[in-house]
Design a protein around this ligand. Structure first.
Ligand code: COA
Length: 172
């Protein structure tokens, strides 16, 4: 089964809310999502396997900085590269739009997620104490500088190439 990435649209909101309700303790409502989709400084992508949305991710652009605001994968489809692939595509779109750095916050206890971002070139740069609740946790602030450099472009290409042979639905 092949997976395509495409811009999130109104028809995806229900599926995205269903994923968020399984991934986040404070998921955005459908109304919040529609506001997000209307904002021109936001970019949201979904990963779609046939007619089924399996993951989504988004960014907020602030001058030449790209803030990754959300990455969520249907728990039934984790570990297949969707999160990585979405982040790479968002970073590439950010580079094309002139971004020179990217940042995000991630739960301090989410070591696997931090590893995912680390593979893309993000590095920890600070802590926001007790940023999260349900359950309580600190946030690690991560930055990826020189986003527009050839080195980062090559890194993203390399990581993407490693993911390509494994389609959705393959045994893991
Ligand atoms: C964190 C999250 C986005 C990761 O998404 P994902 O699609 O499972 O991540 P990926 O598959 O791209 O990468 C994760 C791991 O799977 C491995 N992987 C990726 N594709 C693979 C494949 N085809 N076969 C085997 N392993 C694979 C990666 O190497 C990585 O391994 P590691 O955990 O040993 O480092 C997802 O777990 C999620 O939605 N979590 C809840 C919400 C959340 O916390 N979001 C982050 C907010 S900051």
């Amino acid at each position: 089964m092949s997976v395509v990435l495409e811009p999130m649209a109104g028809r995806h909101v229900d599926a995205v809310c269903a994923i968020d309700s399984r991934c986040y303790s404070r998921p955005w409502s459908a109304v919040q999502w529609r506001t997000e989709l209307a904002a021109d400084d936001r970019t949201h992508l979904v990963a779609r396997a046939n007619d089924h949305v399996v993951a989504h991710a988004g960014t907020l652009r602030v001058l030449d900085e790209l803030h990754i605001t959300t990455v969520a994968v249907d728990p039934d489809h984790e570990g297949k590269g969707h999160g990585t692939r979405l982040c790479i595509e968002l970073l590439r779109l950010g580079i094309a739009a002139g971004a020179t750095a990217a940042t995000l916050e991630v739960r301090a206890q989410a070591h696997r997620t931090q590893r995912l971002y680390g593979r893309l070139g993000f590095a920890p740069a600070g802590i926001r104490s007790r940023y999260y609740d349900r359950p309580a946790d600190d946030a690690v602030i991560m930055w990826l500088h020189d986003l527009d450099s050839p080195e980062i472009g090559e890194r993203l290409d390399r990581v993407a190439a490693q993911l390509d042979p494994i389609p959705d639905g393959a045994a893991s």
